[in-house]
Design a protein around this ligand. Structure first.
Ligand SMILES: Cc1cc2nc3c(=O)[nH]c(=O)nc-3n(C[C@H](O)[C@H](O)[C@H](O)COP(=O)(O)OP(=O)(O)OC[C@H]3O[C@@H](n4cnc5c(N)ncnc54)[C@H](O)[C@@H]3O)c2cc1C
Length: 420
């Protein structure tokens, strides 16, 4: 069994970091990536500037591997765009990992060899089997352990306030991505646009769309009952660019360029005679005359292909049960992240871990640094180094809005999705 590789699902920042840690510990690793490049999901938000600086976006084990190839760390104090993160870090890292990374390989299932989830016998002794679809067809790969770093980017939350698509939502033209104004200016210029959501992606969209030269009219739809801490910690945020984003969004609102509608939970999307959209809330309010709707209401994990392994997930967040209390937005005011490792990420299924953005389930404000610390600890455990697995080697930046109460100032559960 120990001859089998540790399979890492996804060549995003967390998956590639996991691979670097595995290489550093002399483990046999295979990274399976559905896309055609490293950072395939990050590439889809190329245009967005991160609020983290370079030194918060590079994993230490990955840096060691890269340095040996002659790679030079980008300017530490600056915040890259998604495109920079891919071009200057993730792509070279995948290259340094060589044929340990396979592109165009989509994982469609993970199981214990020859056993469905009901069978107890053999769970400690049999390897895992990873089911893969690629251009060359179906494949089964035996694995010693599986580290699922497949992210949540491909499963955005719907606009519907009850977590399911609103009536008419599927047929309507709704964007679930932060607008790229360099490529889509005509689509948004001079239009009346609803932006739904209260996380960093929604703030990024507001700031971009409220730029006076665009001449757009913005309606900001919040599910929560008041704006509250939505703008974040401002100058108190330990990530200055994240604080500045909230301040810029607040400035756009204060300048009257954004109309705010609170407590709005979309129940239906209707098409008007002129082709514009009207949104109706569960309490019967309507926001109409919309040319565009941008829904940035968070993400959720795709757990469908993990149905045959035994996971221990929190029923609310769909995050590992040990991690959920540390990141639950109903409890924590702010999305400040608490360092954690293998013990919080462990499942009843031996050798299976959810890490990175996916480990957060539906919780907001995942940081790359968190993922790097997770995989350092998980890989240490896989390699049998229990002392290193149990150590916490990270202090994470606080958002500056921690006050103890839940982030949702509406009653518990009346929340909007937030995104990283
Ligand atoms: C717009 C935006 C801005 C952000 N800004 C910051 C920031 O400033 N600072 C910060 O610390 N964090 C930020 N984040 C949060 C987080 O760090 C990133 O989302 C990061 O990309 C998460 O890394 P990941 O490796 O966990 O997942 P991803 O980057 O989503 O990578 C997952 C990979 O898995 C692949 N995959 C998916 N399914 C399969 C499958 N079944 N089989 C094989 N491969 C699969 C995908 O193609 C993808 O390449 C931001 C997130 C977003 C969306």
């Amino acid at each position: 069994m120990s001859d089998h590789p540790v399979v890492v699902v996804g060549a995003g920042p967390t998956g590639l970091a996991a691979a670097a840690h595995l290489v550093q510990r002399g483990e046999h690793v295979l990274v399976l990536e559905a896309g055609d490049r490293a950072g395939a999901s990050v590439s889809q938000w190329n245009h967005v500037r991160l609020f983290s600086r370079w030194d918060e976006l590079i994993d230490p084990a990955a840096e060691k591997l890269l340095t040996a190839t002659g790679w030079v760390r980008p300017q530490t104090g600056t915040c890259p765009t998604g495109a920079d993160w891919v071009d200057l870090y993730l792509a070279p890292l995948a290259e340094a990992l060589g044929d340990r990374v396979r592109f165009g390989a989509r994982v469609v299932g993970v199981a214990r060899r020859g056993r469905d989830r009901v069978v107890d016998a053999g769970r400690q002794t049999e390897p895992l089997t990873v089911h893969v679809h690629s251009e060359s067809g179906e494949e089964r790969i035996a694995a010693r352990a599986v580290i699922d770093a497949s992210g949540t980017w491909n499963s955005p939350n719907p606009l519907g306030g009850d977590g399911l698509p609103a009536k008419g939502e599927k047929a309507a033209r709704i964007s679930y991505r932060t607008p790229d104004l360099a490529a889509q200016r005509d689509r948004y210029a001079g239009k009346r646009i609803a932006v739904a959501g209260s996380g960093h992606s929604a703030l990024t969209a507001l700031v971009a769309l409220a730029e006076p030269e665009l001449g757009a009219t913005i309606v900001w739809l919040l599910r929560r009952g008041s704006v509250g801490t939505t703008f974040g910690g401002g100058e108190a945020d330990q990530l200055p660019a994240r604080g500045a984003l909230g301040l810029k969004a607040q400035k756009a609102v204060d300048a009257g360029r954004v109309e705010i509608v609170t407590g709005f939970r979309t129940a239906a999307v209707e098409r008007e005679d002129d082709g514009r959209l009207t949104l109706e809330s569960f309490d019967g309010r309507k926001v109409g005359g919309l040319d565009e709707v941008v829904a940035l209401t968070g993400f959720r994990p795709d757990l469908s292909w993990l149905s045959e392994v035994r996971l221990d997930l929190d029923p609310v967040l769909q995050a590992p049960t040990g991690l959920a209390p540390l990141i639950d937005p109903n409890v924590h005011s702010c999305g400040t992240v608490y360092p954690h490792g293998e013990s919080e990420l462990r499942h009843p299924e031996p050798g299976v871990y959810l890490v990175g953005m996916k480990s957060y389930g539906r919780a907001p404000t995942f940081l790359a640094l968190t993922g790097y610390e997770q995989v350092r600890s998980v890989v240490a455990r896989i390699a049998g180094d229990h002392e290193a697995a149990g150590r916490v080697e990270l202090v994470l930046p606080e958002t500056g809005v921690c006050g103890g109460a839940g982030v949702f100032d509406a009653p518990a559960g009346e929340c909007s999705g937030l995104v990283g």
